[in-house]
Structures are given as C-alpha cells and as structure tokens.
Write a protein that binds this ligand. Sequence first.
Ligand code: NAD
Length: 453
Amino acid sequence: MTLTVLEPATARSMAEIPEATPEDVDRAVERARAAFPAWSAVAPSDRARLLLRLADAIEAELEPLALLEARNAGHPLASARGEIGMVAATFRYYAGGVERNLGDTIPVAGGVAMTFREPLGVVGLITPWNFPLPIASWKLAPALAAGNCAILKPAELTPLTAVELERIALQAGIPEGVLQVLVGPGRTVGQRMVEHPGIAKIGFTGSTAVGAGIQRTAADTIKRVTLELGGKSANVVFADADLEAAAASAPGAVFDNAGQDCCARSRILVQRSAVDRFLELLEPAVTGFSVGDPLQDGIAMGPLISASHREKVASFVDDDAQVAFRGSAPEGEGFWFPPTVLAPVDPSARAATEEIFGPVVAVIPFDDEADAIRLANDSIYGLSGSVWTENGGRALRVARAIETGVISINSNSSVRVSTPFGGFKQSGIGRELGPHALEAYSELKTVYYATGA
Ligand code: NAD
C-alpha cells in the first residue's frame, strides 16, 4: 500500500510513499530492542556529541527541510525556516542535558542509597500534522538523550520531513535502530505501537479524543504516557491594557499556522468597556493578515491542511455566531479559509467551547476580574493563554488563577525550548521541553549500598 501525500496550497499530490503495517511495528520494536543495550551504554559525552552532530546536520539541510515542511504542511516558508531552526535547537538543548543526568546520594541506616535516572527502553512517539518536525523533536531529543531508542510515527498527512530526519540521523552517526520512522495510519500502526508490550512509553501529541483512547489502551501494559492534547486558550484583555499592542498581537496568536495550533488563542475575552475600541483596532490587523501561497515572501498564513478539515472549520462559522469581520483568502485550488472574527459570542456557543483548529476567533465580553477568570476557566482544556493589563498585581493574580499549563503576560508567546510545555485538564498529561522532559523519558532507580556496621 502507498500513501498519497498532498500539498494543501494546490490540493495536488506531492509524494507517494510506502505505508507501514502493524507487522512493521513488530519488526521495528525488535530492531530497537537490539540497538538499546549498546545505545544506552554509550558514554554520556559521546551521546551528547552525536546529538550535537545531528543538530548540525539538520541545520546544514535547513533550507530543503523548511521547503518540504512549508509545502506539505502549508506553513509560510519563513515560519518553516524558524521551525526547523527550533528542531536543531531542541537537539542541541538536550545534548546539553545528557551529561547533567545527576542523581542523589541519601545516607540511610547501615549504608547509603543513591538514585539513577535510567532509560525506559523503546519509546513510541506519535505526532500530529500541524507542526510536524518540531513536535517530533520535542519528544525525540529528550528520549534519545536519556538513552532510549525511539520509533516515530508521524501523521499521515505530513510525514515527509520525519522520513528525511531518519536519513539525516543515520548520516550523522546515530546508530541503526535507535531512531526509526514508520509512516502509516493511526488506527493500525499507531494502535499497534500503543498495544505493543515491547514499547515502554508512548509520547503522543494530537486530539483529546485519540489521546483518551491511547491512555485506555496503554493501561493494559502499564505503559507510561505523555499526552499533549487539544486547547481552547483564552487571550484576556483588560480595559487598562495597552489595547493597541493587544490588538496588534491578537491575529498572530490565533491565525498563525491558519489557527492549526494547539496554543491558538481562539477565545479573546475583552472587558466590556473596551470591546468597541478593541474591535476597531483589531479589524485592520485582521483584514491586513496576508493569506496566500506559503512559498511567497510576505505571506502570514497559508491554507488549511485538508478539504475535510476546511469543512469542519466552516461549520463553526455557519453555525451559531456572527461574523464581525474577516480577511480574504485566495479562491480556487487549495484548502483556503479567511481569518474570521466572530463577535460578540455567547460563552456557551460551539465557537466558544470547542477546539476549532482553524482561523476563527470568538470575541467574548467580560465584566470584571472574577468574571474573566471564570470565563477563561470555563473550558475542558487548559493549554495556553495570555493576560493583557498594565496592572502588575492583577496580571500575576489572573495568570495564577487561570487553569492552564502556559500563560504569557502582555505577550502571546507559548513555546520555548528551555521551558516546560503541556496542559492542565483535558489538554494533556505531563510536560515536554525544558529540563522536565528528560525525566519523562527516564525511570528513577534507587540503589542501596550496605556499608556494614
Ligand atoms: P489526531 O489525534 O487525529 O492524530 C494525531 C496522531 O495520532 C496521528 O499521527 C494519527 O495517525 C495518530 N492516531 C490516530 N488514531 C490513533 C490510534 N487509535 N492509536 C494511535 N495513534 C493514533 O490529531 P491531529 O488531527 O493530527 O492533530 C490535531 C490535534 O492535535 C488538535 O486537537 C491539536 O490541539 C492537537 N495538538 C496538541 C498539541 C499540544 O502540544 N498539546 C500540539 C499540536 C497539536
């Protein structure tokens, strides 16, 4: 069987690649288990050097990788270059962690205990289509740094850069069997990875519904799981905020990657007295958001990933809320959708409660600080978010009170290689990035050494 990979800006095929089967998972696990003893025994300084070499090799191929990602995922080329740069930075960051894998020494009666962080063995990594290579690297880099062997299953829609990464890793000297990529459907290949008794952990990023199924299946073999799931993040704008800055930043916070971002601030909560002024400032920023061919300079937003996804996104606009204003998008081939602002939206409307994963944002008025916190927390998700206010005490109070894994004050940033990232509530379990991810790919062991009386 082969898989046809589409270019979403043209809706045409850009590659045909062989599709893996569940039996390929079994074979990959065997290869990974065979590679594990030697890989986990590589001296930390040598493993660090190999990961640094991999980072350099990715950077050396930055331009072709960025072009491939831009075409396959529909990302503006400039964004894709930044993303591939982040992939290299992620391997470099965790290369730095290999030699800082420290334990404790604990004096106890009759001897001394010490702790070690041991690798888990073979880990299965399952990733979504929205940021293909960065999300893969957030899992792969700490997994390999901690001494594990990894099997990566990229999303069927955007597998091309992962296939390239496997080649680059081998060329950079990562031993055979340590990093394997299997391209295939989630319901067969992914499912087999989650069931396989030879895989110790699943690192998953994707939808909350699939994540819940993975957690259920993983329970049978007590597999460890890290789940990075959906979001419905709030961008909270108080009347005392720098409204110009908040409005200028808001479109990028939800329309970057055509809204196909788990951190998309797809709810803008605005204090009622500032709603009119905020919308007045927001409108030109939205209508000026350039949508078009991701390979052209100056484009801020490309197409959606697929025709079926575009249909799903459109259903939120036909449905229950009113379009205040929207930008424009190319006509014709490609899965285009214009940046769209719905305002004012009732907090119970579908557009205010469900993850849209497209360039549609709901503006929801609030009365006071307590109301803002209540509305922000009125969601099954808790992944990201922002607070805009010039009152420092309020900024920190609200940031602490919102149930979310990452929140920015007077900014819309979410992800950095060196800081933990992950969700509260149904946005996930565990953290990626930052130093914590190394712990997520290792097991804590206590060794007791009897010293005698
Ligand atoms: P998805 O859940 O449909 O698929 C994700 C991956 O899981 C794919 O590789 C797919 O093949 C695989 N899969 C599907 N069914 C499976 C099964 N039964 N067993 C094992 N694997 C299976 O998600 P998607 O549509 O690719 O991505 C969009 C979703 O991902 C959104 O909900 C978004 O919020 C979420 N996401 C979350 C984060 C985060 O860090 N929290 C980041 C990006 C995307």
